[in-house]
Write a protein that binds this ligand. Structure first.
Ligand code: NAD
Ligand code: ZN
Ligand code: ZN
Length: 344
């Protein structure tokens, strides 16, 4: 094995990533070294590289938390995977396993968690480390490029949809039909929900229709998008999942809720929005945040994919194109996800 490998490194928040040789790490007791073949590119990687959020990563670091590859070496305490297995990394790279959150099936809220491609180097390189107690294990025979977007986008929207508490036959709004949103439409349909999609781009809405949305609303071309949703659903949606990277989408989704409905915040524009206390109270609305998913959510999300219920739309590109990929993402020019093929 080579002593170094090619990776896309953030040296300065807001600066371009540099594709360069970095040292091959040695796996710790519970870790595995993985030869990455594919990785999805999430908007979170862009937020990370730009230092958009209150908690910032420290350069130099390698982003990426939708990586898939083959285990090539394992640490001394590893029991869950072996050399040759196909695994992924995830945003929830590791957690403490002992706190009140970890103990109660909420490891995604663990204060001591470490995040892939943020606090720990991620999958934008030919090799990565994973904590084998937390990494997703990929079933035999699945397409590695196609499953990459499930490892963040998929699990996040699957968990978020569950948190809307919408039941089969009810309406759910998916706002923002990007990498996360186009997959959310598919999970929602697979879960028996009826889907309304909102975006500001007709091409994204066409993707939502292709994946099973019954109603689409272009918020840029409609004076009152919430009113349009209320009209089309006979009184508003039971649940709303907001993945848009734009603060305006949030009050709009709230306004589209039926009485008693729940809005789940997943998109992370670094802004806030006003909540009208009177209407939240009178309408009995719930507003909650949702962050990725637990290991159990991940297994369930992967299972939907492996059974053929979810098929991400993606474009394959090379690691060298990473800055270009980020530019397209900022400009809203990506249909579905970009998946980097390390051999391209
Ligand atoms: P993306 O860039 O692929 O998609 C964003 C979509 O939002 C685009 O389709 C864009 O057209 C749409 N949009 C922009 N303005 C809009 C508006 N006003 N109304 C409706 N839609 C609008 O991004 P992504 O990879 O899908 O990630 C989306 C967000 O989710 C990011 O902020 C990311 O950091 C966050 N995220 C959160 C979690 C979590 O666990 N909560 C996990 C992954 C990603
Ligand atoms: Zn914990
Ligand atoms: Zn992500």
């Amino acid at each position: 094995m080579a002593e170094t490998f090619r990776a896309a490194v953030v040296h300065e928040l807001g600066g371009p990533l540099v594709v360069e040789e970095v040292d091959l790490p040695v796996p710790g007791p519970n870790e595995a070294l993985v030869k990455v073949t594919h990785t999805g590119v999430c908007h979170t990687d862009l937020h990370a590289a730009h230092g958009d959020w209150p908690v910032q990563p420290s350069p130099p670091f390698v982003p990426g938390h939708e990586g898939v590859g083959e285990v090539v070496a394992v640490g001394g305490a590893v029991t869950r995977v072996k050399v040759g297995d196909i695994v992924g990394n995830a945003w929830l790279w590791t957690a403490c396993g002992e706190c009140e959150f970890c103990e109660s099936g909420w490891e995604t809220l663990c204060h001591s968690q470490k995040n892939g491609g943020y606090a720990v180097n991620g999958s934008f390189g030919e090799y990565m480390l994973v904590d084998t107690r937390y990494c997703p294990v990929i079933p035999d025979g699945v397409d590695r490029a196609a499953i990459a977007p499930i490892l963040c986008a998929g699990v996040t929207v699957y968990k978020g949809l569950k948190r809307t508490e919408a039941r089969p036959g009810q309406w759910v709004l998916v706002s923002g039909i990007g990498g996360l949103g186009h997959i959310a439409v598919q999970y929602a349909v697979a879960m028996g929900l009826r889907v309304v999609a909102i975006d500001v781009d007709d091409a994204k809405l066409a993707l939502a229709t292709k994946h099973g949305a019954e109603v689409v609303v272009n918020a840029a071309g409609t004076e009152d998008a919430a009113a349009a949703v209320i009209e089309a659903t006979g009184g508003g949606v039971h649940g709303a999942l907001v993945t848009a990277v734009n603060a305006h989408a949030f009050p709009q989704a709230l306004g589209a809720l039926r009485r008693g409905g729940t809005m789940v915040l997943v998109g992370l524009p670094p802004e806030s929005f006003p909540l009208d206390i009177f209407w939240v109270v009178l309408n009995g609305w719930t507003v909650r945040g949702s962050i990725v998913g637990t290991r159990r959510d991940m297994e369930e999300a992967i299972d939907f994919f492996a059974r053929g219920a979810i098929s991400p739309t993606y474009t394959v590109r090379s690691l060298e194109e990473i800055n270009d990929i980020f530019d397209s993402m900022l400009a809203g020019g990506i249909d579905g996800r970009v998946v980097v093929d390390m051999s391209a």
